[in-house]
Design a protein around this ligand. Structure first.
Ligand code: AMP
Ligand code: MG
Length: 339
């Protein structure tokens, strides 16, 4: 059910969860000091407790007040990129409970760039919020995605379509002088490196190798929630660089299901025995606009009543450079990648 910002503030203050808009994706929010509301986030999303929540703030002091250590790197990046799609992972203090961090001694912090989110956080204090979708499935970028994906009765603030459309870049600053990207996003490593050149030469942090995304080797201890299958639509997505006919797509999918019947572990992997129809989605030409619309295209294609499979043809240049953050999502959303 849609609610106004003032209704959302009252609900949050009374210990209920509310879905709120941000510029990346819609979040399912609860005040950081309300444990019952925080645990509802996990039950509503069917999210495992090993996957920590990001704490959303409306000013830098709220972020500092959540951390045990606020290094100069955090100050520079917060000043430069907040409000915006950058999450900083830092050592937490005891205002942040284990439910938020999955027992880690670090916390992910971000100031969202959305006027309604900022207004709500100003009134309620910091809010812990993951994306407002069932665990493992496509993130919502419109209010109706939340209502259809979670529940019609969930309070949702409608802030219009998300402008960024994919999740924030997550950068880990929790180890002094070591830095690593845990999740790619619109803000690139190059932009972060450039911002940090403000630090004196002797103070420059070392870049650690990021965990390899989309593979079994992802280190869940440093990057919990970075699973091989994520962002998945309700119907199987097939990605390919070739021009395939609908018949070829269906054949390849059926073969994949036979080959992988007993080996693929993920419970999110949707299996269809006898697919008949394919919906093709086309990505816009520029990476920023493609990222803005990708999840929405998946939600719409999933709801096509007569379609069984979703097909996305991509070109090799859409797998690198400014396309990398979106490519990361595409790979994880795909049931079958024919690359
Ligand atoms: P979501 O908001 O659903 O995109 O999920 C938040 C993601 O942020 C989690 O899946 C983690 O990958 C990441 N995250 C949140 N807090 C931490 C943390 N303390 N350390 C590392 N990653 C984190
Ligand atoms: Mg999520």
């Amino acid at each position: 059910m849609l609610v106004t910002t003032s209704q959302a503030i009252a609900l949050l203050n009374s210990g209920q969860v509310v879905a709120i808009p941000t510029e990346t994706v819609y979040g399912l929010a609860a005040p950081i000091n309300k444990p019952n509301a925080l645990s509802s986030i996990f039950s509503i999303k069917k999210r495992p407790f090993f996957d920590p929540l990001i704490v959303h703030v409306s000013n830098i002091d709220q972020a500092k007040n959540s951390t045990a250590l606020w290094p100069p790197e955090a100050e520079i990046l917060a000043q430069k990129f907040w409000p915006g799609p950058l999450t900083l992972v830092l050592q937490k203090n005891n205002t942040i409970c284990d439910l938020i961090t999955s027992g880690l001694n670090t916390v992910g912090l971000r100031m969202p760039n959305h006027p309604l989110a900022l207004e709500i956080i100003n009134q309620c204090g910091p809010l812990a919020a993951p994306s407002a979708n069932l665990f493992g499935h496509t993130s919502p970028t419109q209010a109706d995605h939340v209502l259809l994906g979670l529940s019609n009765t969930l309070p949702v603030v409608d802030g219009g379509p998300c402008q960024i459309g994919i999740e924030s870049t997550i950068v880990d600053l929790s180890i002094p002088k070591q830095i690593r990207i845990l999740r790619p996003g619109l803000i690139s490593q190059i932009q972060i490196e450039k911002a940090l050149t403000q630090l004196p030469l002797a103070e420059q942090p070392h870049w650690a190798m990021a965990p390899k995304s989309g593979t079994e080797s992802t280190d869940l201890a440093v990057s919990p929630g970075s699973l091989e299958y994520h962002y998945m639509p309700l119907k199987p997505l097939i990605v390919s660089t070739q021009n395939l006919s609908n018949e070829e797509i269906i054949l390849k999918y059926k073969q994949f299901i036979v080959d992988n019947n007993s080996t693929k572990p993920s419970s999110h992997l949707i299996k269809l025995d006898n697919p008949k129809e394919v919906t093709t989605i086309d990505l816009p030409q520029t990476p920023q606009i493609a990222a803005r619309l990708f999840y929405s295209l998946l939600h719409t294609a999933s709801r096509e009543p007569l379609s069984d499979l979703i097909y996305l043809k991509i070109s090799p240049d859409q797998m690198s450079g400014d396309w990398l953050p979106l490519w990361d999502r595409i790979q994880k959303a795909a049931t079958l990648s024919l690359i």
